[in-house]
Design a binder for this molecule. Structure first.
Ligand code: HEC
Length: 145
């Protein structure tokens, strides 16, 4: 009798431990969920020079040098990357900041199956603004705006 009482004590003790661990785990998850958006907000978007008038022609040359190998010379994509002339990349879905961030940090594969986009080194925020102006012009021509 005494033994079984002890046993049930041990079991309820270990239950309590599990419950405590679950509580701690929940707390951790809640803390992570709260701090993630805060971390996301503090991501710095590279800013082009104030007053820059982005020039699509300059952007075209930069695009051909740095982006066309994956996004296609005519922005139609290829076997390494997606087309930029696609509704997914219209300004309301991927604003100009998305271009600055993709070039600076790369981009995890999430819309397509080409794999991750690596960061593209050697471009200033002004360069990226020129490229974006070129992409926007071609998107407008293709009726994507
Ligand atoms: C090595 C291949 C590669 C190069 C070079 C490359 N990209 Fe990408 N890029 C990708 C792939 C792949 C994706 C799609 C990722 C996904 O969503 O699945 C992508 C996605 C993007 C996106 C969308 C990011 C987002 O927020 O979803 C932008 C904007 C972009 N690229 C711009 C550029 C620009 C501008 C250049 C040139 C400076 C460039 N890329 C060069 C492969 C490349």
């Amino acid at each position: 009798m005494k033994q079984s009482f002890n046993q049930s004590l041990t079991i309820s003790d270990s239950h309590r431990n599990t419950r405590l661990q679950l509580c701690l785990l929940t707390l951790l998850i809640v803390a992570a969920a709260i701090s993630l958006p805060v971390a996301a907000q503090s991501i710095q978007v590279p800013q082009p020079s104030p007053g820059l008038m982005p020039n699509p022609a300059a952007g075209k040359a930069l695009f051909e040098k740095s982006c066309a190998s994956c996004h296609g010379a005519n922005l139609q994509g290829n076997d390494k990357g997606p087309p930029m002339l696609n509704r997914i990349y219209e300004p309301s879905h991927h604003g100009d900041a998305a271009f600055q961030l993709a070039v600076k940090n790369g981009s995890r594969a999430h819309h397509w199956k080409f794999g991750d986009m690596p960061p593209v080194p050697g471009l200033t925020p002004d360069d990226v603004a020129q490229i974006t102006a070129y992409v926007r012009l071609e998107q407008r021509k293709a009726g994507i705006q």
